[in-house]
Design a protein around this ligand. Sequence first.
Ligand SMILES: [Zn+2]
Length: 346
Amino acid sequence: MIANHSNDNPVIAYFSATSLNHHAEMGRKGASVTSKQRMEAARAALDRSVGRRVQLETESPYARAADRFICDTHDPELWKQICKVDQALRTNGGRSVRLYPKDPDTEISAGTAGALRASVAGLLSCIDAVVDGRARSAFSLGLPGHHATRDRAMGFCFINPIAVGAQYAIRRKQLPRVLVIDIDVHHGNGTQDIFYARDDVLFVSMHRYPSVRFYPLSGWASETGEGKGRDHTVNVPLKPPAGNTEYVAALQRIRPQLVAFRPNLVLVSAGFDAHIDDPLGGKRGTGMSLTTEGYGQLVAEILDIARECGRVGVVLGLEGGYHLGALTDCVEISLEKMLGARAAPR
Ligand SMILES: [Zn+2]
């Protein structure tokens, strides 16, 4: 059954302490933060007043079964490799190892596989909650994943929880169509890769203009899908210093296309690294200028799109965001908008 939501349903946030067990430096050289610091910053939003009105979930029934769902989306060899490295570190000791020796963004520690399982399990639980009608929207605070392709880890991402979630919603919850909106400052190349030839997922990515200098160098507007998936990938590259006005206008411009897709569920790759204070994507990095309020407006606009699509459920999954204070603020304002979203009559 696909639930339409009334305002009585709660907003759920998922946070598992297991996600703190991935140890890696993230962000830009000289301004890096650890994965654990990021997870703690995201959790801090739940300690604030808004968090007290949110139903917190810390355990997922999918924690043990996550491997199966991961391998439904990713090449099982990729997951096997991650688990092997993780296991070797736990057996032999040692702080961390690169999954690919030449790529510093693929640092694995003892505990990474468990943290990834928890991140995927949390997202699946959130999908269950909105699709089964127990929540009107949910935010899963886990490790980022949108750069992870079907068979390759990159950009601090090993497994792609949002992609695993979309696949789960279609295969296991029998939803015909899922809309994925990626608002991280970087192009969601991994999610695009996984669904590029599919017409049951509409993938939308709003990101900093790809250039020779900006990771991951993809996400041109001309990348629109292939085969059955033609016109089911929408890339919206934005030139720095794009901020609140440009972002909201860009989303409003493509809104008719998203509504016409008639999604049964909306998943959001919620990256907050286009924040003006972010060392990677913000003014101090490469120049985007979204404020916390701007992120709030974007989330509100996405909730309103879901309302127009028949009050379908919305699940946010955390992606990037490397300024700890801005990260806390953006998670908080997102939850605030989710709590405040009015389920207006259609
Ligand atoms: Zn990012």
